[in-house]
Design a protein around this ligand. Sequence first.
Ligand SMILES: [Zn+2]
Length: 97
Amino acid sequence: MSESATSGARGMTVESAFAGMRSVSPVVFKAGCPDCRRRFELTAGSLRLAIGATSRTTFYSFTCPECGASVRKPAGERIVELLTGGGVRTLRLHSTL
Ligand SMILES: [Zn+2]
């Protein structure tokens, strides 16, 4: 019975660590604006991700909170993974092709 007690304690530790991380700091993404050259942090709700048929048509977009410019940047595989994992709204474009 000592076996189940050990795994139970370990599971609780991991779970509480993740729960604490989530509640204390929401996911933010660092981005830069090519127009005004400011750098800032955006929450998942401020970003949009569009996934096209190829990596060339896959990009993410946001509105610059400093100057209001619409910024669109190519998104590589790693960025797509990061954004979708962070809860960014994703639009799939390749079904329209
Ligand atoms: Zn800007």
